[in-house]
Design a binder for this molecule. Structure first.
Ligand SMILES: [Zn+2]
Length: 271
């Protein structure tokens, strides 16, 4: 199957501090939005820092929305951006305005593989569908995508968005639930999925709910999912191991997690 690239457009939505892992990424983004790169302690930021939402609507439509709407007055000096993506399908999204597109994307859209079809009007939905047609994702695929995008740092490990877009149906079972956590606890679910191309895909989804949100990771390997859970449980158990120097043996460490609370024991004297 040939992959066709489709143009989508970025709307300057709000001021928002965000950070890039590399200077190159920050510079690329800054160049697009007429911003300056600012070096932070362990990352790069930009100023002014504008967050863009992506739309499957014509650029002149976005410009008109920007010029007309009082809420976006401070955003008017910023450009409408343009990008090319590969559209994977249409789905009903929890955010922002119902019907969205799912796309394969490069770094610029890491968090925005979700492309809105409308700001809020049914007429826009028609305009958008005339501009970009896309197959509907199944309910199962839509649910997984919403969970992935809604999570804090949702991750796909060993599975691609493209494969998830192909999911037709699935049968699921909980293979682990733990209530050790104050909110909703750790959970691993196994999803045995039937794909639209006749193949099957087994996913192990590890999630954990907490006060402000939830974490979510999909693995194709059960042992990888459990390995990640064990690492997290170990890290949580050592959350109060913050001292860097052990008074018992004199060892010093560069990061927390090695010295017992009270500083009378550490990884070195316990081993
Ligand atoms: Zn020690």
């Amino acid at each position: 199957m040939t992959k066709t690239k489709t143009k989508i457009y970025g709307f300057p939505k709000y001021f928002c501090d965000f950070f890039f892992g590399t200077q190159k990424e920050a510079e690329e983004y800054a160049a697009l939005t007429n911003a300056q790169v600012v070096e932070e302690r362990n990352s790069w930021g930009i100023t002014p820092s504008i967050s863009y939402d992506w739309y499957a609507l014509p650029p002149d439509h976005l410009r008109a929305h920007l010029d007309r709407n009082h809420n976006f007055e401070r955003m008017r000096p910023f450009p409408i951006l343009e990008a090319e993506v590969e559209i994977l399908g249409e789905f009903e999204a929890d955010f922002p305005n119902g019907i969205c597109l799912l796309a394969n994307s490069n770094w610029t859209f890491k968090k925005s593989c979700r492309i809105a079809r409308t700001f809020n009007s049914p007429e826009e939905l028609e305009i958008s569908r005339a501009m970009i047609d896309a197959p509907k994702l199944s309910d199962t695929a839509s649910r997984l995508i919403n969970d992935y995008l809604g999570a804090d740092g949702g991750e796909l490990i060993g599975v691609t968005l493209e494969q998830i877009a192909l999911i037709d149906s699935c049968s699921s079972e909980k293979i682990l639930t733990s209530n050790s956590h104050p909110y909703s606890g750790d959970q691993i679910d196994k999803h045995h999925c039937q794909l639209k191309n006749g193949e099957t895909l087994t996913l192990f989804v590890k999630s954990c709910g907490y006060f402000e949100g939830y974490s979510w990771q999909a693995f194709t390997s059960k042992s990888e999912a459990f390995k990640e859970l064990r690492a997290e449980l170990r890290a949580r158990a050592k959350a109060d191991w913050t001292a860097l120097e052990c008074w018992e043996c004199g060892a010093t460490y560069t990061e927390p997690g090695h010295v017992e609370p009270g500083q009378m024991g550490c990884d070195r004297c316990n081993s």
